[in-house]
Design a protein around this ligand. Structure first.
Ligand SMILES: C[S@@+](CC[C@H](N)C(=O)[O-])C[C@H]1O[C@@H](n2cnc3c(N)ncnc32)[C@H](O)[C@@H]1O
Length: 204
């Protein structure tokens, strides 16, 4: 990695594509561009980081002075556990170190633990953007939204992955029940939180 970072999307793609994970190219670009919109000093939290593919897309987009936190217990999800000899925690930390070398003016960290319990570490209305991509079952997604929704600053973002995809009906059900109006993007007036759950590829 070079020593200076000039927010080049081509370089971002090159770096993130070198990390195995679940985000496709369009999603990586979306995360990168969304992170660029975080206000100076803002906090980006990701629930479910695995080896850091989506975490680095956000981290490469964030303005200087922002904070980036990835939260994961690194045990994987049912059916997607680490293989023998695979160490997602080590790889994630290694990738975060790569990011930190490139972006010394970011404050970055990994919280190893349960994503819902980790919400207690953050004050209400303190996080500019929460990106949800941990366990995809109905109860987990419901708990994650309940725990993290209040942490988002007014006019911040509550984002998530795998909404409206055939493979993940629980995500869609939980999101629709917990976040009224989510499909239109903006939250209902009054809540002040913008909600976007990614759906790539679009399901017609
Ligand atoms: C789909 S993967 C995340 C993929 C990642 N965002 C990427 O871009 O490649 C889901 C991750 O969530 C983590 N996870 C699942 N449930 C969790 C929980 N309750 N607390 C902490 N981490 C959890 C798993 O260990 C796994 O690394």
């Amino acid at each position: 990695m070079q020593c200076r970072w000039n927010a080049d999307p081509v370089q971002m793609m090159h770096i993130c594509q070198s990390i195995s994970g679940w985000m496709d190219d369009a999603e990586l670009m979306w995360l990168f561009e969304r992170a660029q919109q975080v206000p100076p000093g803002g906090i980006w939290v990701e629930l479910g980081s695995w080896k850091g593919r989506s975490l680095l897309a956000a981290g490469l987009g964030l303005p200087d002075g922002c904070q980036l936190w990835g939260i994961d217990h690194f045990r994987g999800c049912p059916g997607w556990e680490p293989k023998v000899g695979e160490d997602p925690a080590k790889e994630c930390l290694g990738n975060l170190n790569r990011l930190q070398l490139l972006r010394p003016k970011l404050r970055c960290g990994i919280i190893v633990g349960d994503v819902t319990e980790a919400a207690e570490r953050f004050a209400n209305e303190s996080v500019a953007s929460v990106f949800i991509d941990a366990s995809h079952d109905f109860d987990s997604v419901t708990l994650q939204i309940a725990a993290w929704g209040p942490k988002v600053i007014p006019h911040g973002w509550l984002h998530g992955h795998d909404y409206n995809r055939r493979e993940w009906p629980d995500v869609t059900s939980a999101v629709v029940q917990a976040l009224v109006g989510v499909e239109s993007g903006p939250a209902p007036s009054g809540t002040g939180t913008r909600q976007t759950f990614l759906s790539f590829p679009a399901v017609m």
